[in-house]
Design a protein around this ligand. Structure first.
Ligand SMILES: Nc1ncnc2c1ncn2[C@@H]1O[C@H](COP(=O)(O)OP(=O)(O)O)[C@@H](O)[C@H]1O
Ligand SMILES: [Mg+2]
Length: 603
C-alpha cells in the first residue's frame, strides 16, 4: 500500500513521534472536553480513595478481631467497607460512561475531519490510492485517538491515584516494608523500555496488512461479476488469504512481544510479595507489631500491584495506539490538493463560449498528454472530439472541469480564465455525463435530484421525460421511489445513462460535457439515449467525445484528437472530402457497422 506521503521525511518522523503526537492530541483534542474529563477524574479519585480506605480499615477489622476482640466494632467497620465498595462501584460506573462518551465524541469529530479533508482533495490525489485505505485510516485512526486520550486519563486518574492512595496506606502502616515494594520498579522499567520499539513496528505492519484485506475484499465484491465470469474466485480468495495470514502472523507476534512483560513482571511481583511477607511476619512475631498493620499493608500492596503494572505498561500501550493516530493525522495534515477557493470570484456566464488556448498538460512530468492544444467551442453549438483511444479526449473534459490544473496555456470561458474563478462556480455551470454513470445509494428520484437540490417533483418528472427515462421508471412497481444500489446495479446500462442525463438536465447548466455517453450501449438503448442527449444539448454549448462517429455527424465542429493534438478540424462533409484521418475512421466504422448491425447503419 502506498503510504500517504511518498517518503516520510525526517521532520515527519519527528512530527509523529509518540510524545509529540500524544502532546498534540491532548492540546488539540483533549482540552475540548476538559470539563467532562475533570468530572471523570473526580470520580476516579473517589474510587481510588475508597480502595485505599478499605485496605486501611481492613487493618482495624483485623485488630478488632484478634487484639481487641470487639464484635460490635467488627460489624461497624465491615458495614463501612460495604459502603465504600458501593461508592466505588457507582463512581466507576459514572467515570466509565463519561469516558466512553468523550471517546465517541472524539471518534466522530475525527471522522468528520477526515471526510472534510477528503472532500477537498483532487481527483489526482485519489488516482493512485485505494479507496479502502481511507476507510481503515479513518476508522482505526479515530478509534486510536480516543483510545490514547482515555488511556492517559485513566492512567493518571484511576491507576496513579489508586497507587498513591495505596502507597500512602503502606507507608503509614510500615515505611520500612514499603521499601521492599519499591525494589522491583527499576528492573521493570528497564525491561519495558526495550519492548516499546518492537511494538511500534509490529503495529505498523499490522495496520498495513489489515488495510490490504479490506482493499482486496472491496475489489472482489465490486468486481464480483468479473470475478465470477472469469472464475477468479480462487485467485481472489488466495490473495485475501495471504493478507489474512500476514495479519494473523503479525497479531501473534504482537501478542508474544507485548505480553513478554508479563512473566517477568509477575516474577518480580512475587519476589516483592515474598520478601514483604517474611519481613512482616517477622515484625509481628518478634517486635510485637499488630496483625492489623500487617494485613492492611499486605492488602494495600496486593491491590497496588495491578495499577502499578498498568502504569508500567502505559508507554507500551501508547506506542501501539499511536500508529493509528498517525495514519489519521497523515491525511488531515497533508496540504489539501484542492484547497478552498471560495474566495475567488465566481464564473460569470454570458454566452458560454469555451476556449482552449495553447493548453499543455501532463499527468506525470515529462509525459505530455495535451500538447499546445487550441480550439473554441462556440456558444450554443455542438463541438465533437473524436480520435483513437488514448489520444487525450477525456483528459480535455477533465481539464474543463478543472479536475486537474494545466501546466501551460489557458482555458477561458467567456473570456475568464477558469483557473482564476472558484471551482464550485465553474462546476455549477457545467453538466458532465460520462461513460461510467455513477448512481448513489437511494431512490431514482433522489439520484435525479442530485442535479438540483431543491428540485420539485414536477421538475424531476420533466427532466426524466426529456431524458426518455420517465416511461421505464414508471414501469417499475415503485416508480421514482425504486431504490438503486451501489453503482445502480438494478438498472441496465442504458437506463442508468438516462437517469444520469436527467440529472444533468435538471441542473440546467449552460455548458454540457459528454464523454462517450453512448459508447457502451446497444443500438436500441443508444437511440433512446441519443434522443435524451439531443434534448440535453439543445441550445447549450456542448463538447462531446464520441467513439461512434454517426452520433456526431451533425456536430457544428469536429476535431480529430491524436496524441494530444488536434490533427484535423471541420464539419463532417469537409472532413470526408479532406480524405484524411477522419475519413478513414469513418470508412472503417461504416464498414464495421454494416457488417455487424445493418440496422444501425447511419442514414
Ligand atoms: N489519471 C491518469 N493518470 C495518468 N495518466 C492518465 C490518466 N488518465 C489518462 N492518462 C493517460 O493520458 C492519455 C490520454 O488519456 P485519455 O484522455 O483518457 O484518452 P481518450 O479519452 O482520448 O481515450 C493516455 O495515454 C492515458 O494513459
Ligand atoms: Mg476517454
Amino acid at each position: 500500500m502506498a503510504g500517504l506521503p511518498a517518503s516520510p521525511s525526517h521532520s515527519d518522523e519527528q512530527r509523529y513521534e509518540t510524545t509529540t503526537l500524544v502532546r498534540r492530541l491532548v492540546a488539540e483534542q483533549g482540552v475540548l472536553y476538559w470539563r467532562r474529563y475533570a468530572l471523570a477524574f473526580l470520580l476516579m479519585g473517589t474510587a481510588a480513595t475508597m480502595t485505599a480506605l478499605s485496605t486501611y480499615v481492613l487493618g482495624d477489622v483485623i485488630n478488632a478481631s484478634y487484639v481487641q476482640k470487639d464484635f460490635q466494632k467488627i460489624l461497624w467497620l465491615s458495614l463501612a467497607i460495604i459502603v465504600m465498595f458501593i461508592v466505588k462501584g457507582a463512581s466507576t460506573y459514572g467515570q466509565q460512561v463519561i469516558l466512553s462518551r468523550i471517546g465517541n465524541a472524539i471518534i466522530a469529530a475525527n471522522q468528520r475531519a477526515v471526510v472534510a479533508k477528503l472532500m477537498r482533495e483532487s481527483i489526482g490525489f485519489f488516482a493512485n490510492r485505494h479507496s479502502s485505505e481511507f476507510l481503515s485510516r479513518m476508522s482505526a485512526g479515530a478509534a486510536s485517538v480516543s483510545q490514547i486520550l482515555n488511556l492517559l486519563i485513566t492512567s493518571v486518574g484511576r491507576d496513579l491515584l489508586s497507587l498513591l492512595g495505596l502507597v500512602a496506606v503502606m507507608i503509614y502502616q510500615d515505611p520500612m516494608m514499603s521499601l521492599f515494594g519499591a525494589l522491583v520498579a527499576p528492573p521493570a522499567v528497564l525491561m519495558l523500555r526495550k519492548l516499546i520499539r518492537r511494538i511500534r513496528s509490529i503495529a505498523t505492519t499490522q495496520f498495513h496488512n489489515s488495510t490490504r484485506i479490506i482493499e482486496t475484499l472491496q475489489e472482489s465484491l465490486q468486481g464480483i461479476r468479473t470475478v465470477k465470469a472469469f472464475s477468479l474466485e480462487t485467485i481472489m480468495q488466495a490473495r485475501i488469504d495471504g493478507n489474512i495470514a500476514a495479519v494473523e502472523q503479525s497479531s501473534n507476534k504482537m501478542a508474544r512481544v507485548s505480553h513478554r512483560s508479563s512473566p517477568m513482571m509477575e516474577s518480580l511481583g512475587g519476589i516483592a510479595i515474598g520478601m514483604t511477607l517474611i519481613y512482616g511476619g517477622w515484625r509481628v512475631l518478634d517486635t510485637g507489631a499488630t496483625p492489623g498493620q500487617f494485613f492492611s499493608f499486605i492488602a494495600a500492596f496486593l491491590l497496588a500491584y495491578e495499577p502499578a503494572k498498568r502504569l508500567a505498561r502505559l508507554n507500551l500501550e501508547l506506542n501501539g495506539a499511536v500508529v493509528g493516530a498517525r495514519m489519521l493525522f497523515e491525511i488531515i495534515d497533508s496540504p489539501a490538493s484542492e484547497p478552498d477557493d471560495s474566495g475567488k470570484p465566481a464564473l460569470q456566464l454570458k454566452d458560454a463560449r469555451v476556449e482552449l488556448r495553447d493548453v499543455e498538460f501532463c499527468y506525470r512530468p515529462g509525459e505530455t498528454v495535451i500538447d499546445r492544444m487550441s480550439f473554441t467551442a462556440q456558444p450554443g453549438l455542438v463541438t465533437a472530439l473524436v480520435g483513437p483511444s488514448g489520444g487525450g479526449k477525456s483528459t480535455i473534459l477533465a481539464l474543463l472541469l478543472r479536475l486537474y490544473d494545466i501546466q501551460r496555456g489557458a482555458i477561458l470561458i467567456d473570456g475568464q480564465d477558469i483557473a482564476a474563478v472558484s471551482r464550485a462556480s465553474l462546476r455549477r455551470q457545467t453538466a458532465y455525463v460520462g461513460q461510467d454513470v455513477y448512481l448513489f445509494r437511494g431512490t431514482i428520484r433522489e439520484n435525479i435530484a442530485f442535479g438540483k437540490s431543491d428540485a420539485s417533483d414536477d421538475e424531476i418528472f420533466a427532466a426524466a421525460r426529456a431524458a426518455c427515462a420517465h416511461d421505464f421508471i414508471m414501469a417499475f412497481p415503485k416508480g421514482y421511489d425504486t431504490p438503486v444500489g451501489e453503482h445502480g446495479a438494478q438498472l441496465s446500462g442504458g437506463q442508468r445513462q438516462r437517469v444520469a442525463i436527467a440529472r444533468a438536465l435538471i441542473k440546467n447548466a449552460p455548458i454540457i460535457l459528454l464523454d462517450e455517453a453512448t459508447a457502451s450501449l446497444d443500438s436500441e438503448s443508444e437511440r433512446h439515449v441519443q434522443e435524451a442527449i439531443d434534448h440535453l444539448c439543445h441550445g447549450r454549448t456542448t463538447i462531446v467525445v464520441a467513439h461512434r462517429l454517426h452520433t456526431i455527424m451533425h456536430a457544428d465542429a469536429i476535431h480529430v484528437v491524436e496524441g494530444g493534438r488536434i490533427v484535423e478540424s471541420g464539419r463532417h462533409d469537409d472532413l470526408l472530402r479532406l480524405n484524411g484521418r477522419y475519413a478513414s475512421f469513418f470508412r472503417q466504422q461504416h464498414r464495421g457497422d454494416t457488417l455487424l448491425s445493418p440496422l444501425s447503419e447511419p442514414a
